[in-house]
Design a protein around this ligand. Structure first.
Ligand code: SF4
Length: 353
């Protein structure tokens, strides 16, 4: 028997999941359902080693099949560097074919480690760190209770990059609402241009019904954005990003409307802007039809699908039905579909408790 947490990045689907802490030490981000109602705790090196022993027993003669491992949960690097090194060495001892280890970490945690510590961690096999910055705007970060500042993002991120560890920064278009959209896009691009992470992973904001952000919507302090507005925000962000060797990725997360906006900025920025512009140039009716089709499945669809009159004739009655007697009915439906696409809380406990 061994413990496993509930979350890992999509790119770690084949990885051995090694739980070194439980849940999230911050756990206050208003948009995040993942660990609400749970308590954070550190695991001892001995506990983690026992788990690794049990995993090795389970794999018996097939431990060489394991090429990658992911350290869970939300902020594994809060452990002492010496403890993480011991765990990394032990995974490698039990799974000798291991080629890479990755983990999640918060910017405040990254900031507390030195470049030298990161170099030691890389030497021991930690080759990538996934960090959720969400926004570069101080106002947005405060509003969503992210618990980090733009300075934390820059300091923590640049140390990781300086040590030669691959850095994935996660950003959240739409989370600032309509009022902060422009600032959110421009400040996020500004910070990313400084940090130059290897990956910029787009996670379009979806409002969970239990989130305290629902209350903000009802009070009018957060104005939810439509797909068209979010695409315009992403366009502003991409246009402000340097043509650096960072991979801008919408393709690994199905709640992103235009999953084809995906590629290295120094190779595909013009293509990505043209896809965003193509969507923005559609008629309002075509945009709604495209949103409806994309949100109803996790499949990629080319934008050209809405040039087909038969497709329009098939989908428009559904949209008209949603809008009958409620001009916001279509947008409400899309928001509901999106709320099902994000991780659900692990308990029924109130988020605020
Ligand atoms: S977004 Fe990350 S840091 Fe924030 S509560 Fe969720 S897991 Fe914790």
């Amino acid at each position: 028997m061994y413990e496993q947490g509930v979350i890992r990045p999509p790119s770690e689907a084949q990885s051995l999941l090694v739980r070194v802490t439980r849940n999230c030490p911050w756990n206050q981000c208003l948009f995040c359902p993942a660990y609400k109602g749970t308590k954070f705790s550190r695991r001892t090196v001995e506990e983690v080693k026992t788990d690794i022993d049990n995993m090795a027993k389970e794999y018996k003669n097939h431990t060489n099949m394991i090429k990658s491992a992911f350290l869970q949960d939300a902020d594994s690097l809060v452990l002492k560097t010496a403890d993480i090194l011991e765990i990394l060495h032990y995974i490698k001892e039990k799974f000798p074919a291991l080629e890479r280890v990755t983990t999640y970490a918060r910017s405040t945690t990254l900031k507390r480690k030195t470049v030298e510590e990161f170099k030691q961690l890389k030497e021991a096999g930690l080759i990538r760190i996934h960090a959720g910055m969400e926004s570069g705007s101080e106002t947005v970060l405060k509003m969503i209770k992210k618990g980090i500042t733009p300075e934390d993002i820059i300091e923590g991120g640049t140390k990781v990059v300086a040590a030669g560890i691959s850095l994935s920064e996660y950003i959240m278009p739409g989370v600032g609402g309509r009022t902060l959209s422009k600032e959110h896009a421009i400040e996020t691009a500004r910070l990313l241009n400084v940090v130059k992470p290897d990956f910029i992973r787009v996670r379009t904001f979806a409002l969970h019904p239990q989130s305290p952000m629902q209350k903000m919507v009802l009070e009018g302090t957060l104005v939810p954005m439509t797909d068209e507005e979010i695409i315009a925000e992403i366009r502003l962000l991409v246009s402000n990003l340097d043509e650096m060797h960072s991979y801008f990725s919408c393709g690994d997360y199905s709640p992103n409307l235009l999953m084809q906006v995906d590629g290295y900025l120094d190779e595909k920025k013009a293509y990505m802007l043209s896809e965003l512009d193509k969507f923005l140039a559609l008629t309002p009716q075509q945009q709604k039809v495209y949103s409806f089709i994309r949100r109803s499945s996790s499949m990629h669809y080319p934008l050209e699908i809405v040039y087909d009159k038969e497709v329009i004739q098939k989908v428009m009655p559904e949209i008209e039905r949603l809008e009958k007697g409620d001009p916001e009915g279509f947008y409400r439906y899309i928001a509901t579909l999106m709320s099902y696409m994000i991780p659900q809380p692990q308990t029924d406990t109130d988020w605020d408790s």
